[in-house]
Design a protein around this ligand. Sequence first.
Ligand code: G3H
Length: 478
Amino acid sequence: NTNVYKYYSDGAWNISSSGKSVPIINPTTRKTQYKVQACTQEEVNKVMESSKVAQKLWAKTPLWKRAEMLHKAAAILKEHKAPIAECLVKEIAKPAKDAVTEVVRSGDLVSYCGEEGVRILGEGKFLTSDSFPGNERSKYCLVSKVPLGVVLAIPPFNYPVNLAVSKIAPALIAGNSLVLKPPTQGAVAALHMVHCFHLAGFPKGLISCITGKGSEIGDFLTMHPGVNCISFTGGDTGIAISKKAGMVPLQMELGGKDACIVLEDADLDLVAANIIKGGFSYSGQRCTAVKVVLVMDSVADALVEKVNAKVSKLTVGPPEDNCDITPVVSESSANFIEGLVMDAKQKGATFCQEYKRDGNLIWPLLLDNVKPEMRIAWEEPFGPVLPVIRINTVEQGIHHCNASNFGLQGCVFTRDINKAILIGDAMETGTVQINSAPARGPDHFPFQGLKDSGIGSQGVTNSILMMTKIKSTVINLP
Ligand code: G3H
């Protein structure tokens, strides 16, 4: 068990008593790249205990000191960007340059949390009783924000570092302790990131990182009585978690089928560039990827031609070479994508490129003339395959967007700002982008999904607030 990465608990690196490990398969080579500990339920219990103890002390640590430690962790994280990015390349086949960007963005997010936290947590509210009918000015109410306790963070494979720190940093600045369960693909990058927090000198037990099989510890963790808040990003598992979790605040970000509505007056070069960036960056494996293009028929030919010209320029290959399109995360994911493509083929979609696959590597593919009866019109491939649906009215586009069970983001392209706003208002999504592809960042913007896309709102400020609760102290005057 010696060449297996250790898990982190009680301020130390530990080997699981299970004697078992979980392999991490490199999506490019399809061979085992790393192994992590398969932690046991007993080890989860111990982590929860030490988290609870650490949190009580941490909540008493002055806010400015908590912020100072986050700034230190952010700086260390950035210093470690190269080895962490290398893990991202090997574990999740993220193009090398994007992997570095993910780590730097994470350092910035941690720092921003430190800054934002001292402001928004450093002030409370003061109320007097005489504003409510029938009351004298005999009660003063002091309102402050206090921590929730132990926050459980479960990030997804596509941003194992960034979507981990987007939960860790708000939790810590708000005075909580944090237990991280990283995704298996991306676990080593996450462990390395946790090491940066370790080096920054956070008290032992305040952050823990437990690795293992979801089947063994997944439900046990999410249903653990020691957990006071769950912040999850990922797929359908989130829906199952929300049904099983106890009475604790939930922050959930689960998938999307982000629609891109294109009007006749849109700048088609701008649209094409955004479809490429939005639909194909990280091979479409982003919850905010453009997942369906709804274009007015009169400009559809011109747009498809422009997008095809750009698709032909995308480089396809290993993440080490910084290719635009890299292997998708797993064989089962590639098989799922292929299933959607074959369904569309059988039902008559127009293939703008030839469908090509080698192992987990799928060449970028634009599917034109997609119809509502095709699965790809509704399901998210999480791969480099993008459907185009031609519409005759804007209402058809809005209808398709709103008929989805998802409601994360959407975008609308038009030169008419009044139309853009009206269409944006009609789209049932957490965010609408006008004249740009969907995106979560900048990371202090609110980020939320409707329907099956999630519960609660993220972004630095909202996450900090979500990881606190209101405490009132009422002074009763004689
Ligand atoms: O995959 C889900 C992420 O929250 C998307 O983040 O828009 O920065 O790629 P992004």
